[in-house]
Design a protein around this ligand. Sequence first.
Ligand code: NAD
Length: 282
Amino acid sequence: MPAKILDGKAVAKRIKEKLALEFAALRAGGRAAKLVSFAVGVDDGTTSYRKSQKKQAEALGVDYAMVDLPAEAPKDAVVAKLHELNADKSVTGIILQLPVPKHLNGEELARMIAPAKNIEGIDEVNLGAIVMKRYLNLPCTARAAVELAAESGIDMNGANAVVIGRSTIVGKPAALLLLDRNCTVTLCHSRSRDLPAIARQADILVTAIGTRAGMVTGDWIKPGAVVVDVGIIDVGEGRIRGDVDFDSASQVAGFLTPVPGGVGPVTTQMLYLNLLDAAKKA
Ligand code: NAD
């Protein structure tokens, strides 16, 4: 029987509806959440990204503010502005728009955002908090991958989970989150031996690779497994594909996320889930 599709758009829509209700309740209690997009020397790329961020925030009832400094702003001024936003009690979450001008270091600046307000959750404090099981802001893509796997209804207790890809922002935290759901986790990477054999042990297979579209074929998959494809590979003409070969995988897997329309839409909502949690804690 062909795999059931784990429809990221539908899941994202449900999460969004729930988030809107919760943000509205906070607002009614005088605790409206506010997201600040901080940019230095805005370029066209971030402008269109910010437009969609603003639209999304407003649809959820979140206040959205753009704080901009000119491209030539010295590092001291940028750091001072970040500290100001960190200290501002009306600000719930901060997103630093990347890239930043060449005289600045984006990673270094992102680390200066107060961890509680760093809602992308990919700084060392937020990532380290996962190891301690003291979740603060969870990395959005890793969380989305695990949420989608859970959507299948699989009992994660003791399930064999295989994650392919060990990046700091996706693979590694996804493995830790699955571990916290009591999966038995194997984390693979480019040096792993005989990946197909390891993947075939997986009740839950998460791929976060991004090197070759359709690399993970049906013969890598245990019959009935839950397969979550995080990979995004640009295959030209405005099209993207995932790590998993959809046609062959869908003949074997029990559940499968499509690309596009799988992890991506859920990832966006995870940012607002972090924001909601941050607003509740503030
Ligand atoms: P990354 O390049 O930092 O990490 C890729 C990982 O894949 C590495 O750990 C590497 O060891 C492993 N890898 C590479 N080639 C391999 C191979 N042949 N066999 C086994 N493992 C191999 O990438 P990332 O930031 O973790 O992102 C992974 C993918 O997820 C990319 O395609 C990226 O575009 C996509 N992504 C999607 C979303 C989303 O919202 N859907 C968000 C972030 C990233």
